[in-house]
Every structure is written in structure tokens, then in C-alpha cells.
Design a protein. Structure first.
Length: 202
């Protein structure tokens, strides 16, 4: 009898733990809101710019609006690929321990531009994408990300992939997903800084 009771308790505990990996309605809505808000902000910032404004650089080691936009697009492709890699990986039995607190950490540090970082070479802008293609790819990629988070029934939090930067460590698929708009918001600030610089063409 005791063995049956113990097995029942263990089964229930495992079921509850597995359920925790499923997105709550609030988490899903939050991710969608971040994706939509960062998109609206980005498109408003780049709308109506002249070619001179698109390519203006505040300094030799600073990115232009166009370069920053290209970086956002390249970054989103790389980040969504990480979401997909995480989803395609087997569930991580230690997901809760490995990713605890990382969502809040990402939301804090990603939008704080007082701490600068060097982008990996793969997402460094090289002005090889036209302005029209940058905007088109941005819209297509963002629509894909929004549709994914709206439709997915995968328990995203138990599927993980390690971040190349040790400060982030292991992130789950949901965290990789919200990384997309948070990265976008970080660089929206950068675009606003370029547009506010004294030499920005009028």
C-alpha cells in the first residue's frame, strides 16, 4: 500500500513538473506584445529616412541607422534559429534549474545600453543588403516569430540550448524567443541615438 501511495505521489509530482514547462497565457501574451511593440518602434524609427540619414555614421567606429537595422535583421535570424534548435532538442530534465531567473535577467540587461557588447562576426553588418531588403526581411522574420509563439503547443521551457556567452548560459526556447524583441529594443535605442546626434542630416 505504501509503495502504491509513494508511486502515485511521484507520478503526480512528475506530471506537475512537466506542466510547468508549458507556456502560461500570460507568458504567451507577453512575448507577443514584446514582438509587436518592438516592431512598431523599429518601423517608426526607420520610416521616411533619406539615403543620407540611412547611411550617416556619428563616428568611424559607430554604426549607421542602416547598419544597425541590418544587424537587427541578421540577429533575429540567428536567434530564431536558436529557438528552433532548442525545440528540436530533447527535453532537458534540468531545465528549471538551468534557466531559473534567466527571463527576468534578459529583460533587464538586454535593454540596458550602458553595458556595451561586441556583436559576433556572423551578425556584423557589412552593407551587403539593400535598404528595401532589410525592411522586407525584417517584416517577414517578425511575422514568422509572432505566428510561431501564437500557434506553438510545444512546452518551450523544457527545451534548451546554451548561449555562446557564459553570462547567459543555458536558455530555454521561450527565453530565446523573447531575446528577439529585447535585442530589437536594445538596438532601437541605438538608432534613436544616431538620429539624435548633432551631425545627423536634416
Amino acid at each position: 500500500m505504501k509503495s502504491i501511495l509513494a508511486l502515485s505521489i511521484l507520478t503526480t509530482a512528475c506530471t506537475l513538473h512537466a506542466a510547468d514547462a508549458t507556456l502560461t497565457p500570460a507568458e504567451r501574451a507577453h512575448a507577443i506584445q514584446l514582438l509587436q511593440d518592438s516592431q512598431k518602434e523599429f518601423l517608426a524609427l526607420v520610416d521616411g529616412l533619406t539615403d543620407a540619414q540611412w547611411t550617416y555614421k556619428p563616428g568611424p567606429d559607430r554604426w549607421s541607422v542602416g547598419e544597425t537595422a541590418e544587424h537587427i535583421v541578421l540577429g533575429e535570424a540567428l536567434l530564431f534559429a536558436s529557438v528552433q534548435r532548442a525545440v528540436d532538442s530533447p527535453p532537458n530534465p534540468d531545465w528549471e534549474t538551468k534557466t531559473r531567473g534567466k527571463t527576468e535577467f534578459l529583460e533587464k540587461v538586454m535593454v540596458d545600453r550602458t553595458h556595451k557588447a561586441t556583436a559576433p562576426e556572423a551578425i556584423q553588418p557589412h552593407a551587403k543588403i539593400s535598404r528595401e531588403e532589410v525592411i522586407q526581411r525584417y517584416k517577414e522574420q517578425r511575422a514568422r516569430a509572432i505566428k510561431f509563439i501564437e500557434d506553438t503547443e510545444v512546452p518551450l521551457k523544457e527545451h534548451t540550448v546554451d548561449h555562446p556567452f557564459p553570462i547567459f548560459g543555458t536558455l530555454n526556447a521561450y527565453q530565446w524567443l523573447i531575446y528577439i524583441p529585447l535585442h530589437n529594443m536594445r538596438h532601437d535605442q541605438q538608432i534613436a541615438e544616431v538620429k539624435a546626434s548633432p551631425g545627423f542630416p536634416q
